[in-house]
Design a protein around this ligand. Sequence first.
Ligand code: SF4
Length: 271
Amino acid sequence: MDKPIRHILSLSGGKDSAALAIYMRDRIPEMEYIFHDTDKELPETIEYLGRLQAILGKPITKTSRVDNFDHWLTVYGGMLPSNHRRWCTKNLKLKPFEHYVGSDPVINYVALRADEKRTGYISTKPNIQTVYPFREDGLVKADIFRILEESGLGLPQYTTWGRTRSGCFFCFYQQKIEWVRLKETHPDLFEEAKRYEEQSVLHGEEFFWQESESLASLERPERIAEIKAKWEASQARKLTQRKNLTLVETLGGVVNYEEIDEPEGCLICSI
Ligand code: SF4
């Protein structure tokens, strides 16, 4: 007898996958909600998932990790992960997902929206079929905000201090201003991220989360002031651009505002 198809939705702790979970709650009652916890998440992410779980009315299963970040860091010789060495995603997100799925036939629900061009993780395993309900139903960023508002969940708390993504607190995809905000909001986590850099030197080569600048350098008061000034200038530029885009739009152009301010990076960690 054929195995029944399982329906699985991976949550990242970000707004889009949370909105998709709420969107699918009554459509697919047998949905399995899972979370690949790296053990290096922000406390706000864990809190957000706790509130989401209450709204869904069913558990969010943490997938079992074979080993944690520190184990894999040793395996990779103390080499911190980066955009070009993304062993963290592979071992802490993708492998646990495929392990959880096993050989069962699965429909994997991914929260890519109709107004974005990012590509999602598409498993090469033949038993996994990936679907994009938001994209198929034409839902855009404004719809995601509406779903989150109406459900009472809202946005993750980390957005209140300027972090744009879920995922590990030391994620190398974060912008310099986000590192500054991390230091201001969670100085203990910033110190932990700095310790990882200091310890990586022991292995003969220096690895920094941001490749070109260490956290010890970034946290100097004059450097923080510089980063903040640059960020404020870029925000002012964006505001001007948006005003211009509005004019273009009123003249009949087709402009997609929703591409602006979207966090870059690994989708399974941050969507
Ligand atoms: S959130 Fe960032 S550091 Fe963590 S697993 Fe994903 S890519 Fe790696």
